[in-house]
Design a protein around this ligand. Structure first.
Ligand SMILES: [Zn+2]
Length: 212
């Protein structure tokens, strides 16, 4: 008849934890992806390059006492979470199509990286131009669980691909909180609304930290 509770938990646990996230599990593993980011999209007023990369200063915090860390946008000078002593970090969220994922429904993936890979991606843009104009093979160097894991990027020749629109992450995956909500989050008593969503068109996904 029905599935056991254990099976159900396993099923939904996997959905929450893995769906939509890019990962390479062990040393030497690789996958070929197509980024949805163009990379440089003009210049800032001061002449420095302007990018369409999703790079943000964020905090990681269990905002609702669920035991699960959420990603919250750092507000800079007036950030209550900074004031509370929680250090912000610079994170990049790469939106990509994983071409090695056989299930088409699951090809759209997200990969969160830090400063080392931000520099690598900027290097690729400088050298190759538009990030979304070619496939890129990503290879993991570092055993499972190693803190010294690094990734190598191998850009391929230019090819055309039809790509979906990049998604807006702020307000979805990355919580953008008012001062009041920041304080609630620090105290672990923020109520996460099902539709903490800046864009229209209800996100019915139960776990709103996942937009992919
Ligand atoms: Zn902050």
């Amino acid at each position: 008849m029905g599935k056991s509770l254990g099976d159900l938990i396993k099923k939904y646990d996997n959905v929450g934890a893995k769906a939509g996230w890019f990962s390479l599990k062990d040393d030497g593993d690789s996958a070929t992806v197509r980024m949805l980011h163009k990379g440089q999209i003009g210049t800032e007023e001061d002449g420095s390059p302007k990018y369409d990369l999703d790079v943000f200063e964020v905090h990681k915090l269990d905002v609702d006492g669920s035991g699960k860390e959420r990603t919250i946008l750092c507000k800079g000078e007036n950030c209550e979470i900074c004031k509370a002593g929680n250090k912000s970090s610079l994170r990049m969220f790469l939106q990509m199509i994983n071409l090695d994922e056989k299930d088409k429904e699951k090809q759209l993936q997200l990969w969160e990286r830090g400063i080392t890979d931000i520099k690598q991606i900027l290097g690729i843009i400088e050298e190759y131009g538009d990030l979304n104009a070619r496939d890129i093979k990503i290879k993991r160097s570092g055993a499972k669980g190693s803190m010294k894991t690094t990734y190598q990027y191998f850009p391929k020749d230019k090819t055309e691909r039809e790509l979906p629109e990049k998604q807006n992450l702020v307000g979805n995956l990355i919580l953008d909180l008012s001062r009041e909500d920041q304080i609630k989050a620090i105290e672990g008593r923020l109520e996460i609304k099902k539709n903490n969503n800046s864009s229209a068109g209800g996100d019915t996904d139960q776990d709103n930290s996942r937009v992919f």
